[in-house]
Design a protein around this ligand. Structure first.
Ligand SMILES: Cc1cc2nc3c(=O)[nH]c(=O)nc-3n(C[C@H](O)[C@H](O)[C@H](O)COP(=O)(O)OP(=O)(O)OC[C@H]3O[C@@H](n4cnc5c(N)ncnc54)[C@H](O)[C@@H]3O)c2cc1C
Length: 497
């Protein structure tokens, strides 16, 4: 039986591990941290349970497709709840847009803001559905070694019909005039790590997920997905070793032969690296075996880092929903501070997640669990003083919107920022979400899934194809596993099992 190593236990690492184990390989996952889950780890303190990273569960069909590959369903592992309303956007004092789960109600909301916009919404979402079907069911499952993979006529015509060469920003403005609707329709692509004017209009497929499929929540938290994936992986025989970091990948004659960790040395027939790509290449491989050098990484557009506050509040806060976007500041200035001239922004947009609105298990009775996230540029100076300077003003803005104070009710507080991303995940520049999905960083133009000099070493996760986010990480793990399997079968000219 062939033995393979997976570096990292985030979504992509666990996904690839299960696919490889399903093929009969002996798979060991090495995770540097004490807990599994990577950027989707969880911690509990004083009765509060905090998901550390992702909180938006979109594209439920991708999760379902993943589990169905193993004859399972998401509901075998967690209880998924559709949120209604899905989320709210706060534009200013008494200026608010709530996104209902029902399409009829959503159309009414659009009409209230801009006359005639509900018809435009219908047209927009019809195109978004088409793009979703081409994008999420066809394009993203390809390893993207070459443009020829996309040359099948149906896919090609789908790509062309998807306005790939126009930006989301231009595209949205063809449909809507009101700035609030424009912000709503542009918001989903912020998950892809760049400004809407840099993201190909193909990604308006995200609106299909956000507005038509809806926003979901696994009861117990996003950590339940990781728990489910662990259960699945272990049922297939995957061995997971935590607190064991890979320190080097040993290559002989263009083939990985083994890995060294802080605790030992292991032989292997192949490696899938789901830790941050830059870290794997620059720290675990010798110079001559890397796909890319430092200059390459410096030129890349990274998705932002974040300043996060995890807060426990000893009372209920009336006006917050589960997902709250505070877009009550200058969007263009904040984005310039992230992408054009990286610096700490003065008045940021931010996001507040309050899962205790949906789930009693994440906070003690009568209390709220808050996760406040401010997107910031990667590589910024990070210290307690800077973090703290954002805290009181942000709380004030939330209090103003809520019409009640709760600063004095905060009984638990922890911050997380650039330094933590670097220390905890070996994240380049402390990036939170990997590489941005700009046109120049899409498909074949992303860092390659395959190491071109070492034939049994593959990369997976948010810095390679298809891109950042939980659903893409699941897909990435599947593609990498398939490619390593092909390689192992090729080498011996027969199945490895
Ligand atoms: C704050 C935040 C909010 C987010 N919100 C959302 C959201 O709402 N919805 C959504 O879909 N996505 C969201 N994302 C993005 C999503 O969480 C990520 O894209 C996804 O979790 C990345 O998974 P991954 O497997 O690629 O990487 P990771 O989760 O980073 O996994 C890589 C693993 O490798 C480990 N590792 C690193 N170096 C080594 C080493 N040398 N040896 C062993 N192990 C090592 C790391 O510790 C880590 O566990 C968010 C991300 C963050 C940070």
């Amino acid at each position: 039986m062939s033995k393979v190593v997976v570096i990292g236990s985030g979504f992509s690492g666990l996904a690839s591990a299960s696919f490889l184990a399903q093929q009969g390989l002996h798979v060991t996952v090495f995770e540097k941290n004490a807990e599994i889950g990577g950027r989707a780890r969880v911690f509990s303190e004083d009765g509060f349970v905090f998901d550390m990273g992702p909180s938006w569960y979109w594209m439920p069909d991708v999760f379902e497709r993943y589990f169905s590959e193993f004859g399972k369903s998401a509901k075998d592992f967690y209880d998924l709840k559709k949120l209604d309303p899905g989320f709210q956007i706060i534009y200013g004092e008494n200026d608010l847009l709530t996104i209902p789960a029902s399409m009829t109600e959503l159309m009414d909301e659009f009409e209230r803001i801009e006359k005639g916009s509900s018809k435009q919404l219908e047209k927009f979402l019809k195109e978004a559905e088409f793009k979703y079907n081409v994008g999420m069911k066809e394009l993203v499952y390809k390893p993207a070694y070459s443009w020829f993979e996309f040359a099948n006529l149906e896919v090609l015509s789908g790509v062309l019909k998807s306005n790939i060469f126009s930006s989301v920003s231009t595209y949205v403005r063809k449909y809507f005039k009101d700035e609030r609707l424009i912000m709503l329709m542009e918001f989903p692509v912020l998950f892809l790590g760049a400004m809407p004017n840099q993201i190909p209009a193909l990604y308006s497929l995200m609106n299909y997920s956000a507005l038509v499929q809806g926003t979901y929540y696994p009861m117990g938290g996003m950590c339940k997905i990781i728990e489910g994936m662990k259960e699945l992986a272990e049922s297939l025989g995957v061995e997971i070793k935590t607190s064991e970091a890979i320190n080097s990948i040993d290559v002989v004659d263009g083939k990985v032969k083994g890995v060294k960790t802080n605790l030992g040395q292991y032989e292997t027939d192949g490696v899938i690296a789901s830790a941050d790509y830059h870290h794997v290449e620059q720290k675990l491989l010798p110079t001559e075996l890397r796909n890319y050098d430092e200059t390459y990484w410096k030129k890349k557009t990274f998705a932002p880092s974040s300043l996060i506050f995890y807060l426990g509040v000893n009372k209920k806060i009336g006006k917050l929903l589960h997902h709250n976007l505070f877009f009550d500041a200058d969007f263009s200035q904040h984005s310039k501070d992230i992408y054009e001239k990286p610096q700490w922004t003065k008045e940021p947009l931010f996001y507040v997640c309050c899962p205790s609105k949906t789930d009693d298990s994440v906070a003690p009775e009568g209390m709220e669990n808050l996760f406040v996230l401010i997107p910031i540029a990667t590589g910024l100076e990070d210290n307690d003083e800077i973090r703290e300077s954002y805290f009181a003003p942000i709380i004030k803005r939330i209090e103003k919107f809520c019409g009640e104070s709760f600063l004095e009710n905060i009984i638990y507080k922890k911050s997380y920022c650039v330094k933590n991303f670097v220390n905890d995940y070996n994240a380049y520049g402390g990036n939170a979400y990997g590489l941005a999905n700009t046109l120049k960083q899409t498909a074949v133009l992303k860092p390659s899934l395959k190491n071109k000099k070492v034939n049994n070493l593959f990369y997976t996760g948010q810095l390679t194809v298809p891109g950042p986010g939980v659903p893409p990480a699941l897909i990435s793990g599947q593609i990498a596993a398939k490619e390593l399997m092909k390689q192992l079968k090729n080498k011996s000219n027969e199945a490895v099992i």
